[in-house]
Design a protein around this ligand. Structure first.
Ligand code: ATP
Length: 514
């Protein structure tokens, strides 16, 4: 645990030191769970957004984009169920005065049991070596089977109590499991209460006529409200999707995990409209497709897993999370939800407008079913950033801090370094920059010895360093140094563009999705 905490602290301080993420309003001592992205963070975030948009919109001729407003008519949130049901169960510890999400306390308890299972698996894998069969071990080792049963039993009960709004039972579960406040160790809990997560605001200048509004807690409703506008103006035929990225706001009860859980964050959502009855098939397809997208970035297959929901939201008939191994353990990164016709049906009811599709194949009108993929851009940022930060032991007994960001997402693709600040080398470096900058984000650095400049770029996540030296004057070649392997090669200036393009082009990376 201590190592995990330590690693996470390093992630947060590296993000600040290298201009990726700053606490919001830091000069006023900060605003809790709100963050700003710095010069590098803004680029990384933009690149992740673009990587998603390309995969979802540009490469699918039946998916189109949308950019809906953050403010929506207040009835939207009545229809979507957010006014009545967008609650988290909260519980306070009477001694430490700390507030928690009751479901998260229980889920963290279960995560500990899962950790024990992982430990048993590791131990056995070591003992049995090559002959180890993990699948068989999981169903035959009595201790592991017991752990698994315990974990499933707890989650099932939690799911049921939440579904039935039986908050007294959630408290009972916490007491039965003997869960203590992680900050103080105290088990002196209040009752569990529901807390609505939407931020309210007002539209209009005078108090009497002002309209109560909410800041949107998800981007999805802007898509549902525009379903017919897009379908008709784009002559879209089912199945088709509408995708959008944008800010969402939630008054989160507990927000202590850096950009994992923020009060203002960005989502990348896609609603896929389908014939009723085909949702199972599309659910499986989108689960597979989204996992492929994640794996294309090469952060390691072992760092992802699916988690099927026991407790379904009011709108869903099936739901799964793609979980990622964050510095603090496996947690939700993306949700894939089969939302049935709940949203469009409900907007029909509240608005009195038909939100139906005439299907020429079936020769009838119906309210389409919806399959949703929903990922937090900031959470994806944290996944990529934390996974990329490495401390490497080098042969000469020194360490280097390197941010091995997937090259396609790196804020700066190459740094151009004149070996010395004279003999015309800076001029050549500038000329190279002036050529490359039309295609890539590139940086210039002439300060300090070249070794130190390499390290600076390593920590910054820059995949290539290009050094201009005296030989460059003679034969128009430079050395290109690769961040991950630290290997250097001599290449012609005229080949630079294609070498960098091959490594950072979205085409190269997205083609890995197959
Ligand atoms: P959680 O259980 O972690 O609160 P959720 O199930 O409420 O998440 P969804 O409503 O399904 O999340 O939202 C879709 C995605 O939006 C999540 O998978 C996550 O990546 C992102 N997300 C949700 N809430 C936040 C937040 N407060 N800060 C950052 N990202 C968030």
């Amino acid at each position: 645990m201590a190592k995990q905490e330590d690693d996470f602290k390093k992630v947060i301080s590296h993000a600040k030191e290298y201009g990726y993420v700053f606490q919001s309003s830091e000069i006023y001592d900060g605003l809790s769970a709100v963050y700003d992205y710095g010069q590098n963070g803004a680029e990384l975030k933009k690149n992740i957004r673009e990587y998603w948009w390309k995969a979802m919109v540009q490469l699918n001729d039946n998916i189109v984009g949308l950019d809906a407003a953050i403010f929506m008519h207040p009835t939207t949130w009545k229809a979507s169920g957010h006014v009545d049901a967008f609650n988290d169960p909260l519980i306070d510890n009477k001694d430490s005065k700390k507030r928690y999400r009751a479901d998260v306390l229980v889920e963290d308890y279960v995560a500990k049991i899962e950790g024990k299972i992982e430990k048993e698996v590791k131990k056995a894998a070591k003992r049995f070596g090559d002959s180890f069969d993990k699948k068989q071990f999981l169903v035959t080792n009595q201790r592991v089977v017991d752990y698994q049963e315990q974990a499933t039993g707890i989650l099932k009960r939690l799911g049921k109590s939440l579904e039935n709004e039986d908050l007294a039972d959630v408290k009972k579960l916490i007491e039965e499991l003997d869960i203590a406040c992680p900050m103080s160790g105290s088990k002196n809990w209040t009752d569990v209460k529901q807390f609505n997560l939407m931020f309210g605001t007002k539209l209009g200048a005078n108090a009497e006529s002002a309209m109560d509004l909410y800041l949107r807690p998800e981007t999805a409703q802007g898509i549902f409200a525009n379903f017919l506008n897009v379908q008709k103006s784009g002559r879209m035929k089912i199945p088709f999707g509408i995708a959008q990225t944008g800010k969402a706001f939630r008054n989160e009860i507990v927000a202590r995990q850096f950009i994992f859980r923020m009060r203002e964050f960005e989502q990348m959502e896609m609603q896929f409209f389908i014939q009723p009855g085909t949702q199972k098939e599309w659910y499986e397809k989108w689960k597979e497709n989204r996992m492929k997208w994640h794996l294309s970035l090469g952060l390691g297959e072992d760092n992802y897993r699916f988690h099927d929901h026991e407790k379904l939201a009011h709108y869903a008939d099936a739901a799964a999370d793609i979980e990622f191994r964050f510095p603090f353990g496996f947690k939700e990164l993306e949700g894939i939800h089969s939302r049935t016709d709940f949203d469009l049906g409900s907007h029909e009811k509240y608005s009195g407008k038909k939100l139906q599709y005439f299907d020429p194949e079936l020769n009838k009108n119906y309210v389409p079913y919806v399959l949703e993929t929903s990922i937090g851009l900031d959470r994806m940022f944290l996944a990529v950033f934390s996974n990329s930060l490495k401390e490497e032991q080098l042969e000469n007994n020194t360490t280097r801090t390197v941010l091995k960001l997937p090259a396609v997402l790196a804020p700066t693709k190459a740094a151009i370094l004149p070996l010395v600040k004279k003999d015309g080398l800076p001029d050549i470096a500038r000329k190279i920059i002036n050529d490359l900058k039309w295609d890539f984000n590139v940086a210039y650095d002439e300060k300090d010895a070249v070794g130190r400049r390499y390290r600076r770029q390593d920590a910054n996540g820059t995949p290539f360093c290009i050094t201009v030296d005296h030989q460059t004057i003679e034969d128009n070649t430079i050395t290109i140094r690769h961040r991950d392997t630290m290997e250097q090669e001599r290449v012609a200036i005229s080949d630079l563009k294609s070498i960098i393009a091959e490594a950072v082009d979205m085409r190269t990376w997205l083609k890995r999705m197959g």
